[in-house]
Design a protein around this ligand. Structure first.
Ligand SMILES: [Zn+2]
Length: 231
């Protein structure tokens, strides 16, 4: 079991902003799913956020951030990003463990500490899961030649660009199959049952759609192939 994380106002705002930048229409069910909380809990939180001027809820149920809400959401997302990078780049914490730790620490970062982290790490880099401060929409990813492993071509070799980081169990599973940011994956076979047989540095595995849809990959250029031999 993972340690329960208290879902705060900042978490709601950050989830709305992240879901938006992934190209999703945000309704209360989106938040219940993203934050793994009950529908009544979401309604209660939304009432409070509305009262405090952070969000607007349209008549059709679509949730929009106010300018103030957007600003607060971005701050939290940036702090999450910086803490993940600090844990990984400065302290060597494994990439499949940093997300939960950052979920806790992001709320304790003062503006002065944020400025120090920014100076040390820079705002532009990617986190240990390969993500920028805010996630990209699938359309934007495709324009960069990045697609989900679930849609990758049979026989082709790919480099993992990023992973969906909100699910610690998924991250541990990916770690055990050798799927990691920057790692190599060859698609051996796409099966009828939507699973994909792959080969990574750890060997051969079969991965189902629940995981394969959450791994982003890019074709490895021909020239880079000699570097990694299959065993
Ligand atoms: Zn991350």
């Amino acid at each position: 079991m993972t340690v329960a994380i208290t879902v705060s106002k900042e978490d709601y705002l950050k989830a709305i902003l992240e879901a938006e930048s992934e190209g999703q229409t945000v309704i209360s069910a989106t938040l219940a799913h993203w934050l793994k909380v009950s529908a009544p809990a979401v309604s209660m939180a939304l009432r409070r956020l509305k009262r405090d001027g952070f969000v607007e809820v349209r008549a059709d149920g679509v949730i929009r951030l106010s300018t103030e809400g957007r600003e607060a959401a971005y701050r939290t997302a940036l702090r999450h990003h910086l803490i993940e990078r600090m844990l990984s780049e400065l302290f060597g914490m494994p990439w499949y463990e940093v997300h939960d730790e950052a979920e806790r620490l992001e709320h304790a970062v003062s503006p002065a500490f944020e400025a120090l982290l920014m100076k040390k790490l820079g705002e532009k880099g990617t986190c240990p899961h390969g993500n920028a401060v805010l996630p990209e929409s699938p359309e934007r990813r495709l324009r960069r030649g990045v697609r989900a492993l679930a849609d990758a071509a049979e026989g082709a070799r790919y480099t993992v660009t990023s992973l969906y980081e909100r699910d610690p169990k998924l991250l541990r599973f990916l770690h055990q199959t050798g799927i990691e940011p920057g790692g190599a994956v060859q698609v051996l076979r796409r099966n009828y049952d939507q699973t994909v047989a792959i080969e990574t540095s750890l060997g051969q595995f079969t991965v189902g759609p629940a995981a394969a849809e959450k791994v982003q990959v890019k074709r490895t250029p021909e020239t880079a192939r000699g570097a990694r031999r299959s065993r």
